[in-house]
Ligand binder design. Structure first.
Ligand SMILES: [Zn+2]
Ligand SMILES: [Zn+2]
Length: 345
């Protein structure tokens, strides 16, 4: 039997189903795992996604032709049974389960294994073939529990506040920011967010996710006093005139890439908090094992190393070349902001 999913120039393609998964070029039918920009792109004819992610997808892509399914709900399209299951990555993120003539494939999109109060937990799905990301697919990537990291964030914020400074924390507007908000101690001071982040906070709240009170920077009247405040901003805001309003501040970056010392030094920030919405190496291994898949296809990240490691461990492993990880990846954002700082130096 030919493969259920193949890599085409437009994106991953389900052959009998005649639809694409997270395509990077415009197609007729796009099945979307989550709303990050490298997975959910504009310009497709029809979109199908998990209902839990619908509000975010619409916030990002505007008025698209979107149909949704509840997690676990099945539809049959051209003989392929399709369902979405939580991926634990950001609110509404899904794995796509495909079944055709007794053969089961799961495309994971992006995922993480640690429980996150802002989204449903990763659901291991038995399958024959598992398509996995490998953003942090190197044995050096091992995360500490998020509580440990969020306590470090609170300590850093508290000490800045005690000295009358703002604390500017760079983090992705979708997912990372809300995960941080759900775990910080809002009694330390006010929490202020960049407009892009604040818009997504509103969407998360509309979806029933509890977050502490926040204000959008541009919604604040008069001459706001940011001393003692926690400011969440997307990485691209770093080094721009937007930052001037905060007066004296300490800055930090929350990302899995902060495990790499050079990433923090190059960015010239005070602190790096190692917090990722992707699985670490043990998480990837655990997820792959839990599927029971005998065949694994690796998409974006440390593809070659993962493929070799899986082969050495008795699995049939190969790679799909994709265009994921271009916009969302922490590395891309860090490089972008370094380039920005250099060109404005
Ligand atoms: Zn993602
Ligand atoms: Zn991704």
């Amino acid at each position: 039997m030919t493969d259920l999913v193949v890599a085409q120039k437009e994106g991953l393609y389900c052959v009998p189903g005649q639809f694409h998964i997270d395509p990077w070029q415009p197609v007729d039918r796009a099945v979307i795992t989550h709303a990050h920009a490298d997975h959910a792109r504009p310009g497709h004819g029809r979109y199908l996604a998990a209902a839990a992610g619908a509000a975010i997808l619409k916030a990002r892509l505007g008025n698209i032709h979107l149909e949704t399914l509840a997690y676990g709900e099945r539809i049959i399209h051209n003989g392929v049974t399709l369902s979405f299951h939580p991926a634990g990555h950001v609110l509404g993120s899904s794995q796509v389960r495909l079944e055709y003539r007794g053969e089961v494939w799961v495309a994971s999109g992006d995922y993480k294994m640690e429980a996150d109060p802002t989204c449903d937990a990763f659901e291991p799905l038995p399958c024959h073939t598992f398509i996995t990301e490998s953003t942090f697919g190197l044995p050096i990537y091992r995360w500490q529990p998020q509580r440990v990291i969020l306590d470090e964030v609170n300590d850093w914020w508290r000490s800045n506040a005690a000295e009358g400074r703002a604390s500017v924390l760079f983090c992705y507007a979708l997912g990372k920011a809300q995960r941080i908000l759900s775990g910080v101690d809002s009694t330390i001071g006010a929490i202020v967010c960049h407009g892009a982040t604040e818009a997504l906070n509103r969407t998360y709240r509309q979806c029933g996710i509890a977050l502490p009170p926040t204000s959008g920077v541009s919604d604040m009247r008069g001459k706001p006093d940011f001393r003692g405040a926690l400011v969440l901003a997307p990485p691209a805001a770093g080094g721009t005139p937007w930052m001037r309003r905060f007066g004296e501040y300490g800055d930090a970056f929350a990302s899995g890439w902060m495990l790499l010392r050079g990433a923090r030094r190059r960015r010239a920030i005070d602190r790096g908090f190692i917090l990722s919405d992707h699985a670490d190496w043990p998480g990837l291994m655990r997820a792959i094992k839990a599927t029971g898949a005998s065949r694994v296809i690796v998409t974006h990240g440390h593809v070659d190393i993962m493929v070799r490691w899986l082969q050495e461990n008795g699995l049939q492993a190969e790679a799909f070349s994709t265009e994921y990880g271009m916009e969302e990846s922490d590395n891309a954002a860090i490089n972008e902001s370094i380039a920005f700082k250099e060109s404005h130096a």
